[in-house]
Write a protein that binds this ligand. Structure first.
Ligand SMILES: *Cc1c(COP(=O)(O)O)cnc(C)c1O
Length: 467
């Protein structure tokens, strides 16, 4: 990537300013969530969402692609709902001009509940049922088929009536993975899409389009956290080259839209965004200029990069103790809200911030400590051996950058309750206003979800027949 141009310098300065403002808003929100009593000894963990920050990221995404696409190019940014499956978040994004990428009946229902229109919704998933496909085609939602068998199902549906939906095929350019196996989608044996470099696959894809004039989109999602930008750009370039080949074979612009997926990585080690949407869009425009000259509509599917920065888990320190000389803060945030980090701490480290009992940032000399969660296994640690101002009983620990794939993805270990999630923004008089996004789960709800209505189900199953 070229460095040092004016626009890049201006971008970096803006990114730095935004990061500092975001940290200030977060500090104010932690202070206020304690002060206003949303976080208290009986509700000892909450998820916070920064509404201002979410709007800023949505605007940055749109501006980044606007800056590199020919005027009039249709661009749909479809937020990957799996990154933050909360209806008010989808609604906020909708207001900011962002659509939805869904991958299950549940996610589609969330998008609909948020008011997303079918033309702003894209259905991807490796395991769509016939009913899901039928419903999507009846409502006009865009569908990307994952594999030849799914294409057979689409054939049958299309025969029974012209589709209202734009239809595409997902390909895997098999360009290789990044540093995290679980989020590398373009490896040679990835489960996603048609593997383009397998023997005969490319020819099969070109023929599949030639035989199906209604197949007008091409989809690839070549990376996620841990995948370098250059590799992602190569995946997009491969998809573009394939689209050109298909259109040349068809003798017309059969493929009118490329869906380039999401996957911009987030730097969990620092406050400022790097890479930015603007950097990625410029890199793509440099590597694949034909994609932006107005001949193709574009769909993107960013998830983590839109939301991660804007979420914070805040948890009370229930106890501070020592073990084997190690200082340990036992908090209420662990595997239930930070599942990836707890199970794979090397791949998913989180920054932790220390706040006092009133929610003010703690300062003073740092000490090496573990920040532990409430679950009953020894690996339930948000951070191990981290240098932080000592966390004392009644203080608060915050896990930063947890707006995507963290507290919205509850893991019910130890029947720990889903924490309340609150959005925050300025209250107009210099303070912080909160809005409930998701109520905290009650223990009655936990019992109900855990078969509470069926207490006798097993004891009566094989009850001896009564004479
Ligand atoms: C998960 C996913 C995304 C979003 O990925 P992020 O890394 O969160 O940006 C986009 N498209 C598809 C098909 C996905 O599976």
């Amino acid at each position: 990537m070229a460095h040092g141009t004016d626009s890049e310098r201006i971008d970096r300065e803006r990114t730095g300013r935004e990061a500092r403002a975001r940290a200030d808003r977060r500090d104010a929100a932690v202070r206020a969530v304690v002060g206003q009593g949303l976080l208290h000894p009986d509700a000892p963990v909450v998820g916070l969402l920064d509404v201002t920050g979410i709007r800023e990221s949505a605007a940055a995404l749109r501006a980044a692609f606007d800056a590199v696409t020919a005027p009039g190019t249709p661009v749909l940014h479809a937020f990957a709902v799996k990154a933050c499956p909360l209806v008010p978040v989808l609604r906020l994004l909708r207001e900011a001009g962002i659509g939805a990428e869904v991958a299950s009946p549940g996610e589609l229902a969330l998008a609909r509940a948020a008011g997303l229109a079918p033309e702003h919704t894209v259905l991807d998933s490796p395991a769509k049922t016939p009913a899901e496909l039928r419903e999507a085609l009846a409502s006009g939602i865009a569908v990307n088929a994952d594999n030849p068998q799914e294409l057979d199902r689409l054939d049958a549906l299309v025969r029974s009536g012209p589709p209202r939906s734009p239809l595409g095929l997902r390909v895997n350019p098999q360009i290789g993975g990044g540093s995290i196996g679980a989020t590398s989608t373009a490896t040679p044996t990835s489960k996603f899409g048609v593997a383009l470099r397998d023997p005969g696959a490319r020819e099969w894809v070109v023929r599949a389009y030639a035989e199906r004039p209604w197949l007008t989109r091409l989809h690839t999602h070549t990376g996620s956290q841990g995948v370098p930008l250059e590799l992602m750009a190569r995946g997009v370039a491969e998809a573009y080259a394939l689209a050109e080949e298909i259109n040349a074979a068809a003798g017309r612009r059969q493929i009118d839209t490329l869906d380039i997926g999401g996957g911009l990585p987030v730097d969990f080690g620092a406050e400022a965004d790097s890479p930015t949407y603007a950097e990625y869009a410029r890199l793509l425009a440099g590597r694949v200029p034909g994609l932006f000259d107005g001949r193709y509509g574009l769909v993107t599917e960013f998830g983590r990069s839109l939301l991660a920065r804007h979420g914070t888990v805040v948890a009370r320190v229930e106890y501070a103790k020592r073990s084997g000389g190690r200082r340990i803060a036992v908090t209420h945030a662990g595997v239930q809200v930070a599942t990836r980090t707890v199970y794979a701490p090397g791949a998913w480290p989180l920054r932790i911030a220390a706040y006092d009992a009133e929610g003010r940032p703690k300062s003073g000399p740092a000490e090496v400590q573990d920040v532990a969660g409430p679950a009953c296994f020894s690996g339930d640690l948000l951070a191990e051996g981290r240098s932080l101002p000592p966390l004392e009983q009644g203080d608060h620990a915050a896990a930063l950058d947890t707006g995507a794939y963290y507290f919205a993805h509850h893991y019910a270990y130890n029947s720990l309750a889903r924490p309340g999630v609150y959005g925050f923004g300025p209250d107009g008089t210099g303070g912080v206003a909160f809005a409930a996004v998701r109520e905290p789960q009650t223990v009655a709800e936990i019992v109900a979800e855990s078969g509470g209505a069926h207490a006798e189900a097993l004891t009566t199953l094989n009850a001896p027949a009564r004479p």
